[in-house]
Design a protein around this ligand. Structure first.
Ligand code: E4P
Length: 216
């Protein structure tokens, strides 16, 4: 399973990228708004930091407007993936993007049927939102298992991005379920690094090393 970072903050992207683990970036309008900067400028800067897919979302609700935005976004950099909401208009726009060779990430997916529709419309990626489903008492990871099974049954090439990740267990469970990618907030990436036994182990090794008789 590949790891993307789910943020529009360039400092977080730079820091995560230095770890050598990041294969792409996802943003959404809320994440961009948090940065208080021009949308196209932020997205362009992100493409200069990470050599991989960078998802940027459209705002229009009609297919024609989505397609117009998609063409503009795709012109920013070859790594841009256009994020399109999972609606009837979004499906039309996804099909139109596929016909033009524009990569898409169909977002706000909360059911396996929605994922199947997006895949049939030619989506490059689908983003099921695990955390938001858990928030309302549904089984977010169960949805990943269902989509993996359906896509495998029919050899659908659309890649599954496990999104709305809240904690390291979501990442582990997404990998076990067979998601192609998990898009992970920076805070959760840092949590994944840490284990108390690793820290205790380092402390013990250094303490033992300090007991060695000094030479010279
Ligand atoms: C990523 O593509 C999504 O926009 C993101 O994971 C949503 O996460 P949230 O539910 O924490 O806002």
């Amino acid at each position: 399973m590949l790891l993307f970072i789910d943020t529009a903050n360039v400092n977080e992207i730079r820091a995560a990228n230095e770890l050598g683990i990041i294969a792409g970036v996802t943003t959404n309008p809320s994440l961009i708004a948090r940065e208080g900067r021009d949308f196209a400028e932020v997205v362009k800067e992100i493409t200069s930091l990470v050599d991989g897919p960078v998802s940027a979302e459209v705002i229009s609700l009609e297919a024609a407007g989505m397609l117009q935005e998609a063409v503009q976004l795709a012109a920013i950099h070859p790594n841009i993936v256009v994020k399109i909401p999972m609606t009837a208009e979004g499906l039309k726009a996804t099909r139109a993007c596929a016909a033009r060779g524009i990569k898409t990430n169909v977002t706000l997916v909360f059911s396996a049927n929605q994922a199947l529709l997006a895949a049939r419309a030619g989506a490059t990626y689908v983003s099921p939102f695990v955390g938001r489903l858990d928030d309302i008492g549904h089984d977010g990871i169960g949805l990943i298992y269902d989509i993996v099974e359906i896509f495998d049954n029919y050899g659908l090439p659309t890649q599954i991005i496990s999104a709305s990740i809240r904690h390291p267990l979501h990442v582990l469970q997404s990998a076990k379920a067979g998601a192609h990618i998990a898009t992970v907030p920076y805070k959760v990436l840092l949590q994944m690094i840490k284990h108390p036994l690793t820290e205790q182990g380092i402390d013990a090794f250094l303490a033992d090393w300090a007991k060695l008789p000094k030479q010279g």
